[in-house]
Design a protein around this ligand. Structure first.
Ligand code: 3PG
Length: 389
């Protein structure tokens, strides 16, 4: 892909505005629950600091309505400062011209602008808003793969106004995901889960075209099971996607891809009991929360034969501990297979495994959720196109 990264040019003694994706999950006490997205930006920041650049970072956090101050990036600023062992100053009213002298006084500290989505101009891709960001720096570095699918000011607006380059994280996401899709070692086993198929239809087709086996779990699998005539009770599923699900099943059959759905499930009964059921035993009043033990075994055995493994979307309602076994089984099978190249992405998927042992055995943990899906679907993203020379 013909984008220039900070590896291809010498950026030194400049003021560099870096778009990062610090949209991390915060606990009630404002503790950072999963720091992957912060850690993954360190290589870019360190290279730029080494070459005596002044760094101004910008990111969004959540979707703050009415300037919701609880979504300040202050906890991230403090966390980053410890992680990189360098002072980090959070600037809230950077958009106010009176704050500008502060930027000049901060010679060595990293500046982090507070949540970009505090200003409506960010999501509206307002030109004046993009200009007020661009005016802060000489050079723009895009390192927020996770937000490159959004047509926002800090994604597609700023590159029109400043010389722009990809950071090392963005470069590595593009190269790794492209490579796995274009030159996969076979067999490729793709595992998809999460709530809906409606947001992943194109991805399902793309993965069928590139995989030998497709394993489906989560709420998404319920839509397929229902389309096949199985009872899914009160479970999460998309009735209106039944026809699409049948088309996808047909496409897999035509392509001779082994599309495997759960053969048993864990349900919650009307009496709130958690039970294992065969598909034929699911009743109207039940809720499917996870794949069952026979499915876990089936999925694990297929994963263990893969040379390339792609996983996006949890296997069940993993926010409840009683429905985590399916997800854990898939995770263990992936990290247990040390011969395969594994790509795992999606915000919920990463959050569901972040604190587990052996996460480092996953070959590539993508920082993208929606961005990873759209990149697989389309081979590029608006934010990547924006920084092409
Ligand atoms: C993500 O978490 O996927 C990115 O940070 C993008 O966030 P968004 O879905 O709120 O635009």
């Amino acid at each position: 892909m013909d984008i220039k990264s900070i590896d291809d040019v010498e950026i030194k003694n400049s003021t560099v505005l870096v778009r990062v994706d610090y949209n991390v999950t915060l606990g009630k006490d404002k503790k950072i629950i999963d720091d992957l997205r912060i850690r993954q930006t360190l290589p870019t920041l360190k290279v730029l600091l080494k070459h005596k650049n002044k760094l101004i970072l910008c990111s969004h956090l959540g979707d703050p309505k009415d300037h919701d101050r609880t979504l300040t990036l202050l906890p991230v600023a403090n966390y980053l400062s410890k992680l990189i062992n360098h002072p980090v100053i959070l600037v809230n009213d950077w958009n106010n011209k009176k704050s500008r002298p502060l930027f000049d006084r901060q010679n060595s500290a990293i500046i982090l602008l507070d949540n970009l989505r505090f200003w409506p101009g960010e999501m509206a891709n307002d030109e004046d808003f993009a200009r007020s960001l661009a005016e802060l720096a000489d050079i723009f570095v895009q390192d927020a793969f996770g937000v490159c699918h959004r047509p926002h000011a800090s994604v597609i607006g700023i590159p029109k106004l400043l010389p722009s380059y990809a950071g090392l994280l963005l470069k590595s996401e593009i190269e790794t995901i492209s490579n796995i899709l274009e030159h996969p070692k076979k067999p490729t086993i793709s595992i998809l889960g999460g709530a809906k198929i409606s947001t992943k239809i194109k991805m399902l087709y793309k993965l069928i075209d590139r995989s030998q086996v497709l394993l489906l779990g989560g709420g998404m699998a319920n839509t397929f099971l229902h389309a096949q005539g199985h009872e899914v009770g009160n479970s999460l599923f998309e009735k209106q996607e039944g026809e699409e699900a049948r088309l996808i099943l047909n496409h897999a059959k035509n392509k001779q891809v082994d599309l495997i759905l759960p053969i048993d499930v864990i349900v919650k009964t009307k009496q709130n009991r958690i039970m294992t059921k065969l598909l034929s035993e699911v009743k109207k009043e039940m809720i499917i929360g996870d794949i069952g033990p026979a499915t876990r075994e089936l999925f694990a055995s297929r994963i263990s034969r893969g040379k390339t493994i792609i996983w996006n979307g949890p296997m069940g309602m993993v926010e409840k501990s009683v429905f985590q076994a399916g997800n854990n089984a898939v995770y263990s099978a992936i990290v247990g297979d040390r011969q395969a190249f594994s790509l795992v992405g999606g915000g919920d998927t990463i959050a569901s495994i972040a604190s587990k042992k052996n996460v480092d055995r996953i070959s590539h943990l993508s920082t993208g959720g929606g961005a990873m899906i759209e990149f697989i679907e389309g081979g590029t993203l608006p934010g990547i196109e924006a920084i092409k020379g």
